[in-house]
Design a protein. Structure first.
Length: 209
C-alpha cells in the first residue's frame, strides 16, 4: 500500500472539516453537513480541550462518526471482495476502516490552519446527493465534492471527490491490489499496523504538549 499517498490524500480531504465560508441557497442536506463542520471547529478551537488532547480526540471522533457512513465506505472500498467476506470479517473490517479514518482525520484536524470553504451547489437524485464546495487557500481554489447517501432519514457522507479524484476509488484500487497480489489477511495486517502507528504518534504528540 502506498501509505504516503493515502496519508496525503486524507490530509487534504480533512481540510474540508476545518473551514467555514459562504453558502449558496442552503438546503437541509448542506445545512446538516455545515453543522458537522461547525461542531468540529468548536471542538478544535476550545481552549480547555486544547489542554486535554485525549478528550478532544474522543469528541472529534464522535462528531466525525456521526457524519460518515462507514458501512457504505467499506462496501465500496472492498467492492467484489466484500461479497467474499463472512459477516464477522465484514464487521471487523468496518471497525478497522473506521479506526483508520477516525485516527487519520482527527490527527490532521488538531493541527488545522485557517482556510475558507464555499458551498457552491447541490445535486440530489433519489437517495443520493452531492454537495459541491470550493476550498479557498492562499495558493488557489480547490474543487471538492461530498457524496452522500440517505439512510434511515439521514444524509451521510460515503465518499469525497477532490479535483475529480475519489477517496473511495483510491482505496478500492489499493485494497484490490493488495488482496490479489498478497491476501485479504495481508490487507487487514497492513491496516492494523497503520492504525497502531497513528495511535502511537498521537500519544507521543500529546505527551510533548
Amino acid at each position: 500500500m502506498n501509505r504516503k499517498y493515502i496519508s496525503a490524500y486524507i490530509l487534504f480531504a480533512v481540510s474540508l472539516f476545518l473551514v467555514s465560508g459562504q453558502v449558496f441557497a442552503e438546503s437541509q442536506i448542506t445545512a446538516d453537513l455545515k453543522g458537522t463542520i461547525d461542531q468540529v471547529l468548536e471542538i478544535v478551537s476550545d481552549k480547555n480541550l486544547q489542554k486535554n488532547p485525549p478528550l478532544r480526540r474522543e469528541k472529534l471522533r464522535k462528531v466525525i462518526a456521526l457524519r460518515f457512513n462507514y458501512r457504505q465506505m467499506v462496501m465500496r472500498s472492498l467492492a467484489k471482495n466484500f461479497k467474499d467476506r463472512s459477516d464477522q470479517e465484514r464487521e471487523e473490517f468496518t471497525d478497522l476502516f473506521k479506526q483508520l479514518l477516525e485516527n487519520s482525520y482527527a490527527s490532521k484536524i488538531e493541527n488545522y490552519q485557517d482556510e475558507t470553504i464555499n458551498y457552491v451547489g447541490e445535486q440530489v437524485k433519489g437517495q443520493y446527493a452531492m454537495v459541491k464546495t470550493q476550498i479557498v487557500r492562499k495558493d488557489g481554489v480547490v474543487d471538492v465534492d461530498y457524496k452522500l447517501l440517505k439512510e434511515n432519514g439521514q444524509w451521510l457522507v460515503y465518499d469525497f471527490v477532490i479535483e475529480g479524484v475519489s477517496l473511495i476509488r483510491n482505496y478500492r484500487s489499493q485494497f484490490s491490489k493488495i488482496i490479489s497480489t498478497e491476501s485479504y489477511a495481508a490487507l487487514v495486517s497492513k491496516l492494523t499496523k497503520k492504525i497502531n502507528d497513528l495511535e502511537i504518534n498521537s500519544k507521543a504528540e500529546a505527551e510533548n504538549l
